[in-house]
Design a protein around this ligand. Structure first.
Ligand code: AMP
Length: 193
């Protein structure tokens, strides 16, 4: 993986472990020679990922909609800051520019990005690894719900392994690098669905 899209919160939780984690993730990616593509913000975990990567000499590409530049949350220290017209163009850029998706703790915007990466993998719009860093067990409930969707039958067996979840970043990156694409819905016949 040359670049990963990192999805994470724009808020700063009181618990200092979250910002420290984000900064570590940025630094580790830079040390591995993996570029960061992200939402281009300077606040919260987003800013910490970018700051950690930039401080370690890494490449950071921010992709931010015009409306957010106006609200002064853009990180102007990025290697490259792409200003796009809106969220659809931004998401397209995340997918086009990256070789995988890495979600670390975050809120609603992060969930939107994670689930789009999962849904587009199921459909076949991309065949890139979708990693979830379950640091501090933050995503235990999400993973339990994902298992529930599999058990009930809303996630097909062929797609049960799309989310690659680990508690620890090194292991997660290794699994993402070794990822084998799943059979997408585009390649299935109606009777298999
Ligand atoms: P949230 O998890 O709700 O804080 O949303 C974070 C995700 O949504 C990030 O990965 C961004 O791509 C996008 N986003 C939300 N708020 C901002 C912001 N203030 N600046 C830049 N991107 C944002």
């Amino acid at each position: 993986m040359k670049r990963v899209a990192v999805y994470c919160g724009s808020a700063s939780p009181e618990d200092p472990r979250y910002l420290a984690l984000a900064s570590d993730v940025g630094r580790t990616l830079a040390e591995r020679g993996i570029g960061v593509v992200y939402g281009g913000g300077r606040l919260g975990l987003m800013g910490a990922v970018a700051g950690g990567a930039l401080a370690a000499g890494g490449e950071v590409i921010g992709v931010i909609p015009e409306a957010l530049v106006g609200s002064e949350v853009a990180h102007h220290g990025c290697t490259e800051l792409r200003v796009v017209s809106g969220m659809h163009e931004r998401k397209r850029a995340f997918t086009d520019l990256s070789d995988g998706f890495l979600t670390i703790p975050g809120g609603v915007g992060t969930m939107d990005e994670l689930w789009e990466a999962v849904s587009w993998a199921q459909l076949g719009y991309h065949a890139k690894p979708v990693g979830l860093l379950n640091a501090f067990g933050f995503y235990d409930h999400l993973l339990a719900f994902n298992r529930h969707m599999i058990e009930v039958g809303f996630i097909r067996p062929a797609h049960a392994g799309i989310i690659i979840a680990e508690h620890e970043l090194d292991l997660l990156l290794a699994r993402m690098a070794a990822h084998e694409p799943h059979t997408p819905i585009f390649a299935m016949k109606a009777h298999d669905l």
